[in-house]
Write a protein that binds this ligand. Sequence first.
Ligand code: OXD
Ligand code: MN
Length: 595
Amino acid sequence: MVHFKNVALNKWVHEMSDLCKPDSIHICDGSQQEYDTLVKQLVDTGAAIPLKKRKDCYLFRSDPSDVARVESRTYISTPSKDNAGPTNNWEDPETLKKTMRELYAGCMKGRTMYVIPFSMGPLTSPLAKIGVEITDSAYVVLNMHIMARVGTAALDRLGTDGTFVPCMHSVGSGAGTKEWPCAPIEKKYISHFPDENLIWAYGSGYGGNALLGKKCLALRIASSMARREDWMAEHMLLLRLTDPSGKQYHIAGAFPSACGKTNLAMIIPTIPGWKAECLGDDIAWMKPGPDGRLYAINAETGFFGVAPGTSFSTNSNAMNSIKENTIFTNCALTDDGDVWWEGMDGAKPSHLIDWQGNEWTPASDKPAAHPNARFTARASQCPVICKDWEKPEGVPIDAILFGGRRAHIAPLVTQALNWDHGVFLGATLASETTAANIGAVGKLRYDPMAMTPFCGYNMGDYFQHWLNMGDKLGSKAPAVFYVNWFRKDENGKFLWPGYGDNSRVLKWICDRVSGKAGATETPVGYLPNAADLDLKGLSISQAALTDLLDPKLEERKAEMPQLEAHLARFGDRLPPRIRAQFDRLVKGLERNKAA
Ligand code: OXD
Ligand code: MN
């Protein structure tokens, strides 16, 4: 029987193995040899398909019922329902544990139980947290090797009495295939017990449901820890920009899914002399440093990116990150042994095997790759990874961006008037739904700080936590901006070119931080004048530019009842300072009309 020096870990692993009854237990050391051995096993069973055209790359196909995060089965289980708040599913902890214990009972018979010690954040970082995932999925072990710092070093950091987040996972049974077992939807549970720093997941082998270090630990549990410990766990990319004089700026940005977060994290600026480097594309942990500024680390070590739409023309840095040592899931397979997905460069291949293993030709009415097909690749493989991306103390944040997909109303960029207004901009972040979301396309959905699916406690309290952090940071707080690359004209055409040209907006942001760029104050924030933006070399009409920078105050006013209803969801947990921002905006819009 296995033995761990850490007393609590030893007790927990024994308890879980007594419950799940695996055939054997494997303690992951995080080595390349371990990775290679597991890959070989999965190739032998047919679960992993080696790709002839990409060195050390493998394609996996999930069960068609298990292709994305399941928000409807994700729970924040706190003793009081109010503490989970209106944006989370809730169930009483004892009831939920009883149900899940029954599902876990004997669930690993005939399987190996893997114990994966890992660190989110660099091992020597004061911000890092240790987790231990128990899983019966070798695919999860492989992905965790890429996405987190896995193995013996994490165990060493834990010592004999260190604390860790127990992350329990089983793919379960009752649905799926031999290669990809899972449970039917009504038996899937992604459960979080934030008061105990505990995660229990059952029934899904996919992404954020199964790689428990990512959304479950690094966002849901971490956000709740961060509130107790005065730091921030955010759904944010991290980016370094260097201006022509060599001055560095660090930017953290929160965007809901399908708004180009990975593209922005790996941007290639079109303005001469500016350099961009990626520090992370999904999760930032931030804490005030000794100098009073806010410092951020990337909690992860890899990218778990959406493949469709990624191409050399939209994000060549991502394409170059996935040339080798990459796991692909639910992509299509080409006849010469490569992966393919919709939106890749070049013409559609004349024949493919689709993500479900079926023959596919361009005449097919279904996509060849699943719209949520993914690549898992090491951050170190990104050509523009910043040399400081693993600095234990992190990087000092100059600006925080919020952004969504808005065809109208939201201008290209606005700067918050102050921290409270910035928190209000985050709390009212809204994005129009795309085909990637279930439900009607183009419907406005509020997604505060892009954290709706990831906040581990009542979001009203989360807004208050943001306000408290601003009070702590005082004059050293980052400047806050709201960006919108997706504004359209009356014919439904994008007004702004986006991608590398977003560097023009980033330049204005950096120049605002250092007091070099102009702006006009409006009720919705500071807006650049056309002359304040560097548009050299860009062909854009004056009319488009005027439209992009128009705050559309009348339309904004018409949206206020919807905004008020969004804020009303939080009831008496809505901080009075957020309500005050709403009232200020209403008054500002009224005054504008009177003027
Ligand atoms: C992700 C997500 O996979 O936000 O990063 O869903
Ligand atoms: Mn994400």
